[in-house]
Design a protein around this ligand. Structure first.
Ligand SMILES: Cc1ncc(COP(=O)(O)O)c(C=O)c1O
Length: 410
């Protein structure tokens, strides 16, 4: 079987404007044109007979798609629920878990902003204490494990204080974009009696997932980022032993109080959403078929990883800087971080620097990659995808160089 050749020519499979060079797939994702009629078909069916659809006919289709995701990530579909996005999944878990005042949650400063803000909310609302671990990337996996272990030992040694109850662990963090040793971190925290909530927002369609092997306590992944479903499609995985802890953020008729984490009697029912368009959830099947027609997960991700590594090296060379990577080269998956040569003495405020990059990249150079500051230095995250070639990274590199020179002149 021959599969299509990836690269720029592939952009016509998607809805991009012809001259747009999109290197920011990780933020919002996008889906191929082949999936549009599937999505629209479900939306049409809903409008043809809303009562029949909402009460009855959508449910078996949703179940079938949950089962397909379950097969992909080695999870019992009864442990899965659909949600519109990863922020809502994090909110479901963190805002419904029965924390007691003083309980501690371990988290990392590089965690996604919406998730870390939800932690602040839980702290302010319920009196939970947050234990922050700072990761200054690039770091080796072992160093990340060591820092986490030290934080756990330090906190758990305080015998007169409540313990760390939960840890929030990124699988692939956002900014910086890094593949963290999430499988080992999950095991480490669990060995210390701590529940592991793994933010896998970027994982579906990006790296291999196996819920049985990883055995997280809570896990979520967007399908609209790297898996090519339409936007508004995320899966939440909660094994039965913890389903009693989780209720949706929007409580509906199926709400039931649980006194035990292991009471899984109402998880699936409670997660049925109130009125909304669930058709993005139904496009899992079409996304799987489309991805198989390209050669499958390995073929897609080998291309993307190789392009991220080569593209990152090219842009770093153009900017005279470096890629954020450790000695074992474990940090880069399909997103690569390149240092930006912003003058350290610039008087421009950080927010203005970000704003300048964003607006100029989008409106003057018709491209996009995400700039950010980490550990006192400026970086940009560039995302590889099957519709990109190396010279697309060159285009972004030229734009980044021009904008950096303008910022440095001010
Ligand atoms: C690591 C991580 N977690 C959570 C999210 C939130 O995803 P969403 O915007 O779909 O809620 C993102 C979004 O980029 C992310 O990168």
């Amino acid at each position: 079987m021959t599969f299509p050749k990836f690269g720029k020519a592939f952009r016509s499979e998607f809805s991009f404007q012809p001259d747009y060079v999109p290197l920011n797939h990780g933020s919002y994702g996008t889906y191929p044109n082949a999936i549009k009629p599937i999505l629209r078909g479900y939306q049409e069916a809903a409008e043809e007979h809303p009562d029949r659809w909402m009460r009855y006919e959508q449910h078996p289709i949703l179940q079938k798609n949950l089962k397909l995701v379950g097969q992909m990530i080695h999870a019992d579909p009864k442990d899965l629920a659909f949600l519109p996005n990863a922020s809502q999944a994090a909110n479901n878990v963190l805002r419904s878990f029965p924390f007691k005042a003083g309980d501690k949650i371990l988290y990392y400063q590089i965690g996604y902003i919406n998730v870390n803000k939800t932690l602040e909310f839980v702290r302010d609302q319920y009196g939970v204490e947050l234990v922050r671990v700072d990761l200054r990337l690039p770091m080796e996996d072992d160093e990340i494990l060591d820092l986490t272990r030290q934080a756990i030992q330090r906190e758990q040694a305080k015998t007169d204080e409540p313990k760390i109850v939960m840890a929030v662990i990124d699988a692939l963090s956002s900014l910086p974009a890094a593949r963290l040793p999430f499988e080992r971190l999950t095991k480490l925290v669990q060995e210390n009696g701590i529940l592991a909530m793994v933010d896998g927002a970027h994982t579906m369609g990006h790296i291999e997932l196996d819920m049985q092997a990883m055995n997280p306590d809570f896990f979520f992944a967007n399908c609209h980022k790297w898996f090519f479903t339409p936007r508004g499609c995320c899966i939440l995985y909660v094994p039965k032993r913890n389903q009693g802890y989780v209720h949706p953020t929007t409580i509906t008729l199926n709400y039931k109080h649980h006194t035990e984490g292991g009471d899984h009697s109402s998880f699936a029912l409670e997660q049925i959403p109130s009125t909304m368009d669930t058709s993005p959830y139904m496009c899992i099947e079409a996304a799987i078929k489309y991805r198989e027609s390209l050669g499958g997960e390995r073929v897609i991700n080998d291309y993307c990883h190789d392009l991220a590594v080569k593209g990152g090296a090219l842009v770093a060379d153009m900017l005279g800087t470096c890629v954020m990577e450790n000695a074992a080269k474990t940090l880069t998956a399909n997103m690569v971080n390149v240092q930006l040569p912003v003058r350290p003495t610039t008087s421009k405020p950080d927010a203005a620097i970000v704003d300048t990059y964003l607006k100029k990249l989008i409106y003057e150079h018709n491209t996009m990659a995400s700039p950010y500051k980490h550990n006192g230095k400026w970086w940009v995250r560039l995302c590889a995808q099957i519709y990109l070639d190396l010279d697309d990274f060159e285009t972004a590199g030229k734009a980044l160089l021009a904008i950096t020179n303008e910022i440095n002149k001010e």
